[in-house]
Design a binder for this molecule. Structure first.
Ligand SMILES: *[C@@H]1O[C@H](CO)[C@@H](O)[C@H](O)[C@H]1NC(C)=O
Ligand SMILES: *[C@@H]1O[C@H](CO)[C@@H](O)[C@H](O)[C@H]1NC(C)=O
Ligand SMILES: *[C@@H]1O[C@H](CO)[C@@H](O)[C@H](O)[C@H]1NC(C)=O
Ligand SMILES: *[C@@H]1O[C@H](CO)[C@@H](O)[C@H](O)[C@H]1NC(C)=O
Ligand SMILES: *[C@@H]1O[C@H](CO)[C@@H](O)[C@H](O)[C@H]1NC(C)=O
Ligand SMILES: *[C@@H]1O[C@H](CO)[C@@H](O)[C@H](O)[C@H]1NC(C)=O
Ligand SMILES: *[C@@H]1O[C@H](CO)[C@@H](O)[C@H](O)[C@H]1NC(C)=O
Ligand SMILES: *[C@@H]1O[C@H](CO)[C@@H](O)[C@H](O)[C@H]1NC(C)=O
Length: 480
């Protein structure tokens, strides 16, 4: 049916045109660009849009899980032995974190908001109750002793502590350790310093409160800035180095995620508790609820000591006073409490800290911080922020409460704040990813078509040649 030369050569020309078109499309990234522009259109915070609603009220449930370390040998520790601890938990809380007081600024290029977090205990996801008792460091006492160790008031304070029967280790309810209790020692000291708050809790006054005013980029100017923190508490440069304004553990994971993530990307995770941002790099590809993702984890150099990574000098607080790998002194952030943050079970820190405590079993799976992001949309499909609160302890001769204790970084508890994409959003993402894959593959389909045409062309040409090569038809050509 296609024997005429114009038909045969037409097929050949068409084949070449289609192949060239396909290759040009790949080279010019026509379809990825169409796709990215579609993604760009939705990665902007605009009043009334679906993206805005999801940002304001994230549908995926966030859980905060606390694990405590129960001290089993307090008397021996005061005699200079190695502490032995047992991990207890999790105590799980559902975290509600809507954006409130939302206000668009500067023609909608920025959005101001508060982000209060409310924690509701989830008994079914917990092992034990908020009434469980935990024996751990008496943090108010440790703080007071550190503060007055070189002061002339030291002996007075020591007398008060003896009167109040303050021990270096005490037993408290989980609920109290987290959300606050009235402390005897602080109450006694309040008589001398009326401005003192006599309550202590690791998350005291943090339920249903916000951690300061945020300004986010809406993404309207540059979609890659979508929901990135522009300012926090009026502070502009939230970088690695700023240590002046900070806080212990108010913060939660908040990724400045970009649409269309590449494996080369460095993600900056904003966390107000670290007083700075933390970065993460691509580790591997993962699947969460049938949605493909890239896993980003903080590289080990994030935690390296200054010898290994000089950029971490910003972690030396006060300047020049550098702790070993993986530890962060947040004392200045927490009213001089000798608090040191680390990854749980001292994962990725100097082996010394693991060896100092019986009961530390660091492992990657459970103790690393990670964030899984769908590369096409930049949507966070799974994340876990893990952090341990430790107290710096040492023998202080002025205070006999410290006995003969070794110098220790003592683990009190760690937390895992995690989120997994909800089923509804996962389904929508699956659809978007499938559609995206089809669109991305259009040039390859076109090239396939070109190759098919090429095959047809070959067949037609060879069919045409068979009769040409018969002797009867060739003779006249040769003899003429
Ligand atoms: C969004 O629009 C609604 C209706 O126009 C308005 O009531 C609301 O205040 C707007 N929200 C913001 C954050 O501007
Ligand atoms: C907002 O947009 C208007 C008109 O496009 C422009 O004149 C004005 O300078 C912009 N204001 C800001 C704060 O960007
Ligand atoms: C936090 O506050 C909410 C209501 O404001 C309350 O329902 C919840 O029990 C509180 N959580 C804790 C841990 O106290
Ligand atoms: C922690 O240790 C204390 C003291 O040994 C004990 O009373 C308490 O029951 C332990 N807590 C848990 C949750 O096992
Ligand atoms: C964190 O909470 C404490 C109250 O416990 C508050 O004083 C502090 O300002 C908060 N930190 C930040 C960064 O907002
Ligand atoms: C820093 O870490 C390296 C490797 O772990 C170690 O050899 C070195 O002694 C550490 N330096 C300090 C000051 O802790
Ligand atoms: C932590 O920092 C405080 C001051 O911010 C300092 O006094 C203290 O010695 C540091 N702790 C350690 C263990 O280096
Ligand atoms: C959070 O991490 C802990 C270990 O750090 C793990 O046991 C727990 O299953 C994690 N929770 C979630 C919800 O992934």
């Amino acid at each position: 049916m296609c024997k005429k030369p114009y038909c045969v050569y037409g097929t050949g020309v068409l084949c070449i045109l289609v192949l060239v078109a396909g290759i040009v499309m790949i080279l010019l990234q026509v379809f990825p660009n169409i796709l990215y522009s579609q993604v760009k259109e939705v990665t902007v915070l605009k009043n009334g849009s679906q993206t805005f609603d999801i940002w304001q009220n994230p549908p995926a449930p966030v859980y905060m899980q606390y694990y405590f370390f129960n001290l089993t040998n307090p008397a021996e520790v005061l005699d200079g032995d190695k502490p032995a601890v047992v991990e207890i938990g999790p105590y799980t809380y559902r975290e509600y974190r809507p954006m409130t007081d939302v206000e668009f600024l500067e023609n909608g290029t920025k959005v101001a908001a508060l982000n209060p977090k409310t924690y509701v205990f989830e008994r079914n996801m917990s092992i034990g109750s908020e009434d469980d008792l935990i024996r751990t460091v008496n943090i108010p006492a440790a703080t007071v002793m550190q503060k007055y160790k070189d002061s002339i008031f030291g002996s007075v304070i020591s007398t008060i502590m003896t009167g109040e029967k303050t021990g270096l280790f005490e037993v408290h309810r989980v609920g109290d350790l987290l959300w606050g209790y009235e402390d005897r020692l602080l109450k006694a000291l309040k008589a001398f310093e009326p401005s003192l708050d006599d309550h202590f809790g690791l998350f005291y006054m943090m339920n249903a409160t916000d951690d300061g005013a945020y300004t986010f980029y809406s993404g309207s100017e540059n979609y890659q800035d979508f929901t990135r923190v522009a300012e926090w508490k009026g502070q502009r440069s939230l970088n690695w180095w700023s240590t002046d304004e900070c806080n212990m553990i108010n913060g939660t994971i908040g990724a400045s995620f970009h649409a269309v993530i590449t494996k080369q990307e460095t993600l900056y995770l904003f966390s107000s508790d670290l007083c700075r941002s933390l970065y993460a790099r691509f580790e591997k590809e993962v699947w969460v609820k049938n949605v493909p993702g890239y896993r980003f984890v903080p590289p080990s150099e994030v935690f390296a000591n200054v010898t290994v990574n000089p950029a971490n000098a910003g972690f030396c607080v006060p300047a020049g006073n550098c702790l070993s790998s993986g530890l962060l002194n947040v004392s200045v952030c927490k009213q001089d409490a000798p608090i040191i943050l680390s990854p749980p079970h001292f994962y990725q820190t100097d082996e010394k800290f693991v060896q100092d405590i019986f009961g530390m079993r660091p492992n990657k799976e459970n103790h690393e911080t990670r964030i899984d992001i769908n590369p096409l949309t930049g949507y966070v499909i799974q994340a876990a922020k893990r952090m341990q609160v430790n107290v710096f302890l040492e023998k202080i001769s002025k205070f006999r409460q410290t006995g003969d204790i070794r110098t220790l970084v003592f683990p009190v508890m760690y937390l895992n704040e995690s989120v997994v994409i909800d089923d509804d959003s996962a389904e929508k993402l699956q659809a978007a990813v499938t559609q995206g894959n089809i669109v991305i593959n259009i040039p390859f389909i076109i090239i396939g078509l070109g190759i098919l045409l090429g095959v047809v062309f070959m067949v037609l040409i060879s069919r045409k040649r068979i009769p040409e090569s018969t002797p009867d038809e060739r003779k006249p050509l040769l003899t003429s």
